[in-house]
Design a protein around this ligand. Sequence first.
Ligand code: SF4
Ligand code: SF4
Length: 391
Amino acid sequence: MLEKNVPVYIAKCEGYDDCGALETLLDDAVERTCKTEMFQGKNVVIKPNLVRKMDPEKGGTTHPVMLRALISVLKKRGVGKILIAESPGGLYNAAALKQVYEGCGIAKVAADTGAELNFRCEYGDVKAPAGKKSKMFEIIDPVRNAEVLINLCKMKSHGMLTQSCAAKNFFGVIPGVKKFEMHARFPDSTDFAGMLCDLNEVLYERAKILNICDGIVAMEGNGPTNGVPKRAKVVLVSQNSFCLDLAAAKIMNIGTVPELLREGILRGYCPGEYGELNFIKESPEHFVVTDFALPDSSKSGALKKILTLNGGRYARFLEPRPKIDEKKCRGCGECVRSCPAHTISFRRSRKKNVAYIEKENCIRCYCCQELCPFDSVRIRTNPLIRMVNKL
Ligand code: SF4
Ligand code: SF4
């Protein structure tokens, strides 16, 4: 169950060079945020953030040293089996998982520590009778059947939701391309955030959950995959994903409450102000990254909100939209396969096939930007917004 106002443990960590120091930090965090019985003799599923195959030094995926330290802490607590399970963006099959586990440096940690990597790609329905946006979810089997679930997320900016930390990381329990179906079902970001709240609630009903957010090297700018690494030197741990995200939003210096967090606050999952949270060890004020860059897609936020007051007639028109950088596009087709609105096709340009977005049907989910392996999708701010911003 998602209990309100659960404490958030916050501690400083300079980098990933010293696995022993990280292990000490996580040991202390687990000790002070959980009861020992939560892990003893239990099979534990670790849900990392492996959105796609990426060098972990880029800040977009769970860092292998973080995982290694966590496994060591869990073993000390006498856990049973440790299973690492993720459904990255794109296909959900053993070959795709292998590529991601290896490319993100996770496979080596599993081999060294004896933790198991999930390659079984079954999934099933989970009912959400209390869901406000979705009454049913398809969820990957390891998470569906988990007794104890550790959400090992990253601190990142996010094109659609501004922030991706603990609550958003659970979207990765939806199998492969089913995620695109969810984007198509909930094209509006507020509805999408509501669906994610339902998903969080359903997971909390099924398993005991601990969230660990790696903000040692976070991702700023066009996250969750095409941003740049940003050293925030912080680790946050809490049993409540929304309390953790509220503390993280302060550290990321996000002025307007991000959409998913706003929905969580409205539903009473966490307090409305970070000052009402309880902290263990440190307070977020000590870690605020004043120049943390938000995604291009969030840049028209304030003005867009004003315009939505007028019936929202022009808001859609003014939203930032994705645009293919034809010089960089290599025609790999990842965005064509991933677009939930099926609005990307190929065309010939510069003597090669490049992706082309039919903008009328675009639902602004920014999956194309998230999944392009060559950083070829830009987010274009409406010229009117650009002009107003300069005034
Ligand atoms: S935009 Fe990116 S994902 Fe799409 S075809 Fe070009 S390189 Fe591939
Ligand atoms: S073009 Fe990109 S942002 Fe638009 S619907 Fe397709 S994947 Fe989403």
